[in-house]
Ligand binder design. Structure first.
Ligand SMILES: Cc1cc2nc3c(=O)[nH]c(=O)nc-3n(C[C@H](O)[C@H](O)[C@H](O)COP(=O)(O)OP(=O)(O)OC[C@H]3O[C@@H](n4cnc5c(N)ncnc54)[C@H](O)[C@@H]3O)c2cc1C
Length: 388
């Protein structure tokens, strides 16, 4: 294909886009992967990588990179209710595959490098909009290098939008932002000189944050990824900033007493999440929405990396089928819808129901955590179910 014409353009080289690009490139397709920034780059995240993600990386041929990066395994989890009840349970590995904590700077770079090694062509372009002709997406326009770079139009038979929760492509095709009740805002920071519980992920459902929560995820000795997140509509009602909420969280006695005299709160980042409770079209003539652009984040846990990578893979598989048939209209891409509805939608529905139920009263969280404390075997069984 010509310099500014490709078979597929993937916009965004986070987990969703890099996986989509690597599957397409591996199959020998001409794929252009665009991101507004080069890699490695940071991303606001709790850095919790569920075991299903690690398994997917191994399946996609990233075993060597995974082993070389020495991911930090999680072996236990602690849940604290608004009234201070504490439930702790083990986190099992799945055939040797652990849930891990990995800084996104490291994690995303592995996925991006894999896509490039498989043959995806990468360029730094700030994409501003899809090019739509006669109701069909035929490419993207944007600026090379940065928001102020040279204007550029690139064409393709198919565009896969993986440009995250504030996706310019999703907004243009959908014609509005996702409703607030299907979005969340969250803040992440790294805290050092901190007495972490080795290999334990801690979640705190405080009265202010429910059905969101605060977290302490250890990243290594004496250091943790700490953050707070909540549903956007409820956040707006509170009228407080996320930084104020983080400060409150750090003042909780269970947290404050574990910080040393030299403990610093560093690298504070805020970003949005787009929940799988949002039922809207993810397929258009000539375009697919994946990852946070398509709302593939779990509405209860806020975990979105698995949904991003799986939706990226399913989109690439649907694209391969459509390209083989020489047709990229909506109907030809329908296997993407069938695939994610089967593999992700049941969990999203359950999480949506639980999230709304818990949002109705923090007391329900107290009730549930107290129940788990009194019946640890039930708690363990539920935890295993939630962990997959
Ligand atoms: C504070 C916080 C904590 C979280 N914690 C966890 C967690 O612990 N575990 C978990 O599983 N999930 C977590 N999530 C959710 C998770 O981060 C996302 O679901 C996941 O990153 C989605 O991947 P993605 O590839 O769709 O989007 P992203 O990771 O956001 O990647 C999108 C890419 O698109 C690029 N891009 C954006 N706009 C443009 C543009 N206009 N032009 C070109 N490129 C563009 C960006 O630079 C970026 O590289 C958290 C989210 C937040 C905000």
């Amino acid at each position: 294909m010509g310099a500014d014409r490709h078979e597929v353009i993937v916009v965004g080289a986070g987990p969703a886009g890099s996986v989509a690009a690597s599957v397409l490139a591996q199959a020998g397709r001409d794929v252009l992967l665009l991101d507004q920034t080069g890699f490695p780059r940071d991303k606001a995240c709790g850095d919790m990588i569920p075991w299903q993600v690690v398994r997917l990386m191994l399946d996609l041929g990233m075993g060597e990179a995974v082993r070389a990066a020495h991911f930090y395994p999680i072996k236990a989890t602690r849940i604290v209710s608004p009234n201070g009840a504490v439930f702790e349970t083990r986190v099992y590995d799945h055939d040797g595959t652990d849930t891990c904590i990995v800084p996104r700077e490291v994690f995303d770079a592995i996925l991006w490098e894999h896509a490039c090694k498989r043959g995806a062509q990468f360029e730094v372009v700030h994409v501003e909009a899809p090019i739509v002709e006669k109701g069909r997406v035929v490419g993207v326009s944007g600026r090379t290098g940065s928001k102020h770079g040279a204007w550029r139009e690139i064409r393709a038979a198919l565009v896969i939008a993986a440009d995250g929760a504030t996706s310019a492509i999703a907004r243009a095709l959908r014609r509005h932002k996702p409703p607030d009740a299907h979005r969340a805002v969250a803040l992440r920071a790294y805290v050092d000189d901190f007495d972490v519980v080795d290999h334990m992920a801690e979640s705190y459902f405080t009265r202010d944050l429910v059905p969101g929560y605060g977290w302490v995820f250890p990243t290594g000795e004496g250091c943790a990824n700490v953050g707070v997140g909540m549903r956007l509509d409820l956040f707006r009602q509170r009228g407080r900033t996320l930084k104020e909420m983080l400060d409150d969280f750090l003042r909780l006695p269970m947290i404050a007493r574990r910080r040393g005299a030299h403990s610093r709160v560093d690298r504070v980042l805020v970003w949005q999440l787009h929940f799988g409770s949002d039922d809207f079209p993810r397929i258009y003539d000539g375009a697919l929405l994946v990852g946070d652009a398509g709302g593939f984040t779990d509405p209860l846990t806020g975990g979105g990396i698995y949904g991003a990578m799986l939706s990226g893979k399913l989109a690439a598989e649907a694209a391969l089928q459509a390209l083989a048939e020489g047709e990229t209209r909506r109907e030809a891409l329908a296997s993407f819808e069938t695939g994610w509805r089967k593999q992700l939608w049941p969990a999203f529905r359950l999480s949506t129901w639980l999230q709304r139920w818990l949002a109705s009263s923090p007391r329900l969280v107290d009730f549930v955590v107290n129940l788990l404390v009194r019946h640890p075997r039930l708690g363990q069984a539920i935890a295993e179910r939630v962990q997959g």
